[in-house]
Design a protein around this ligand. Structure first.
Ligand code: AP5
Length: 225
């Protein structure tokens, strides 16, 4: 099964992708996490993208397409029999990225099963992002009120104590991120709707209810709209 989780910044893509990884044996491919790892490592790529990411703007298509193209071809992102596959989280974010993804999958004889749009309004997104903290080691996402780690200050998933607020969650960067979503990412929705693989879930609902709605999509029980 190959999925895209789509939605504005803070919609809950990362949160739900981690749950699907565990419940369905899929691998999460999160371009934001890959870029943050490059920044943390001090690589050339990291140096080129850090200021762009901190500002809330999108990194250029050619960098992203090369990065995801290499990752998607790795063995763990390929299904084995009827099991496995990937969850794209944060990619594609522009029409050229969506077209490049089709090309990559087509040449490998693979296809997308569903594009799941998580709909959340802007005041809720601001509330979520301003209270979010993440694990620098594994990228797990927490919230000061909605999702605290079981053990204070310790990541539930990897045990790291390196829990940090992201630079692009500052109020100055949020406006740029929301504008990038409206102007550059939302235009890809018709691309998938016209192919009949777009499904919408209520991202405003509590996390467990969002998971239930996504499971209904994967079970084939949600209508295209
Ligand atoms: P990226 O890391 O992809 O960020 P994003 O898309 O802005 O999404 P977020 O990670 O902020 O949010 P999310 O939807 O995963 O929400 P989460 O689950 O954490 O990208 C960062 C930057 O990298 C970009 O700005 C760009 O510069 C660059 N980049 C990355 N990909 C790129 C690409 N393809 N092209 C170009 N540039 C690219 O949840 C948020 C918070 O809400 C958490 O605290 C969580 O606990 C809480 N929460 C989640 N669900 C719920 C719920 N149902 N109810 C209440 N709280 C909830």
């Amino acid at each position: 099964m190959n999925l895209i989780l789509l939605g504005p910044p803070g919609a809950g893509k990362g949160t739900q992708a981690k749950r699907l990884e565990q419940s369905h044996g899929l691998v999460q491919l999160a371009t934001g996490d890959m870029l943050r790892a490059a920044v943390a490592s001090g690589s050339d790529l990291g140096k080129r993208v850090k200021a762009i990411m901190d500002s809330g703007a999108l990194v250029s298509d050619d960098i992203i397409i090369e990065m995801i193209g290499a990752r998607i071809a790795e063995p763990d992102a390929r299904p084995s029999g009827s099991k496995g596959g990937f969850i794209l989280d944060g990619f594609p974010r522009t029409v050229p990225q969506a077209e490049a993804l089709d090309l990559m999958l087509g040449t490998q004889g693979r296809k997308l099963d569903y594009v799941i749009l998580m709909e959340v309004d802007e005041p809720a997104l601001i509330d979520r992002l301003s209270g979010r903290f993440t694990c620098r080691n594994c990228g797990a996402s927490y919230h000061e009120r909605y999702q605290r780690p079981k053990l204070e200050g310790v990541c539930d998933l990897c045990g790291s104590t390196d829990l940090v607020h992201r630079a692009d969650d500052r109020p100055e960067a949020l406006g740029t991120r929301f504008a990038a979503y409206r102007n550059q990412t939302a235009p890809i929705l018709p691309y998938y709707r016209d192919r009949g693989i777009l499904r919408r879930v209520d991202g405003m609902a509590p996390m467990d209810e969002v998971t239930r709605q996504i499971e209904a999509v994967l079970a084939g029980n949600a209508v295209a709209r």
